[in-house]
Write a protein that binds this ligand. Structure first.
Ligand code: SAH
Length: 270
């Protein structure tokens, strides 16, 4: 899916999301920044920056290479690249997969689920934050999985509420995140289809699992002025595309972007 340039943003569609079966037309190819902000030094209070252990590679150097690749692939936001460079992705996958942790690939995290590709994580977060200069307030993540994206988000937004429906993964994320001591990440176990009303309204909602449509609860729990980024089935047959939904005082605005491949959004807990 990264073989062709991604549509630029914002792109406005005048059709509702469900009717927009194909990605918006590609905009001008993005150019990678010539230099990257250093990945060290952006330590927010509470970020433990643990030393990598048991990995036969210089994890900082491989992360920097990953960040350069993300920039070459079109991720522009320096703060997103910086956060991607700070979080040690290899800590979120099984030891046997650690050497693949900085490749642009999704990896199994157990219970049939996957950690999203770095490129997709960066892209979605970039879309979530686009156009904002102030740090975003409270963000709800649907599908904690191994906790990787929650860790990246924690460096960029004020509060992260992340909900997971599989107990095994919720526990795993808790374990993965504990050593990082991120006080602004709140892990929840439950069915994210219902959102998490207690934390609403959210400045941002980001989903790592895709359904037929965006649950109404998410839209209700989104603040006016807030943005939701989620994969949705865009056509019969279930092909997914990335949806950006902006909630304004005048209503919601849908923007459908490139094709993506996420695990299904399921109801209930297990
Ligand atoms: N952000 C994650 C990606 C995990 S994959 C990471 O960085 O690892 C998507 C996750 O969404 C899976 O763990 C899956 O169990 C979860 N999921 C699917 N439907 C859900 C729902 N209704 N509520 C909460 N989590 C859900």
């Amino acid at each position: 899916m990264n073989s062709r340039p991604r549509p630029g943003f914002p792109v406005r569609l005048d059709r509702p999301a469900a009717a927009a079966a194909r990605p918006a037309s590609p905009a001008a190819q993005r150019s990678a920044p010539a230099t990257l902000a250093p990945v060290v030094g952006l330590q927010r209070p509470g970020w433990a920056a643990p030393t990598p252990q048991g990995l036969g590679l210089d994890s900082q150097a491989v992360r920097l290479a990953m960040v350069k690749k993300l920039a070459a692939q079109g991720i522009k936001e320096a703060r997103v690249l910086e956060a991607m460079g700070r979080v040690e992705r290899h800590r979120f996958v099984d030891t046997a997969l650690a050497t693949q942790a900085y490749e642009d690939t999704s990896l199994p995290i157990g219970l049939g689920q996957t950690i999203s590709k770095p490129n997709v994580v960066a892209r979605m977060i970039e879309l979530l934050l686009a156009g904002r200069t102030e740090p975003m307030g409270r963000v709800l993540e649907i599908g904690t999985g191994c906790g990787y994206q929650a860790a990246v988000l924690s460096l960029l937004v004020k509060e992260v509420y992340s909900i997971e429906r599989l107990r095994g993964l919720h526990d795993k994320a808790r374990e993965n995140l504990r050593p990082l001591r991120l006080p602004n990440v709140h892990l929840l176990f439950g069915d994210g289809m219902a959102g998490f009303a207690q934390g609403a309204p959210y400045a941002g909602i980001i989903a790592a699992a895709g359904g037929e449509a965006v649950p109404q609860a998410w839209i209700e729990q989104l603040a006016v002025g807030g943005r939701l980024v989620a994969p949705v089935a865009s056509a019969a047959g279930g092909a997914q595309a990335l949806l950006v939904l902006d909630k304004t005082a005048a209503g919601v605005q849908h923007t459908l972007l490139e094709a993506v491949h996420f695990v299904p959004l399921k109801s209930g807990i297990a």
